[in-house]
Design a protein around this ligand. Structure first.
Ligand SMILES: [Zn+2]
Length: 121
């Protein structure tokens, strides 16, 4: 399952950043993933539920994902356009000679943490 490998890297980064920030626990993790990364949401959530238990910091952390449409550049006419993963042709001239500009990314947009300072008392 390719999602498990992806999320394993995310979990490592999250735990490391949370430790550096002095977090007591991670509340939620926000990701942005391009449609072309071919990630299945269900598999991703499942992978996260497995991985978050590996560290007490992330044990109850929620995963929030924004899926973004890929963007391509048409080599024939220079048009830049958004599309989904099945429609790669240039909408302006119909050419199939296009270059993917973005859409395979998997970025950690934000991590919500609780630090000892936040605790009441
Ligand atoms: Zn074109």
């Amino acid at each position: 399952m390719h999602e498990l490998g992806l999320m394993s890297g995310v979990a490592d980064t999250v735990v490391e950043s949370a430790r550096q920030a002095g977090a007591e626990r991670v509340i939620s993790v926000h990701l942005r993933i391009g449609d072309m990364a071919e990630v299945m949401d269900e598999a991703l959530q499942f992978a996260w539920e497995v991985l978050r238990d590996e560290d007490p910091l992330t044990k109850d952390a929620e995963l929030e994902v924004d899926y973004v449409h890929p963007r391509s550049l048409c080599v024939s006419c220079g048009n830049e356009f958004e599309h989904d993963r099945f429609h790669l042709r240039c909408p302006a001239c119909g050419s199939a000679e296009t270059m993917l500009l973005s859409g395979r990314e998997l970025d950690i947009v934000g991590i919500d943490i609780e630090t000892p300072d936040d605790a009441p008392n």
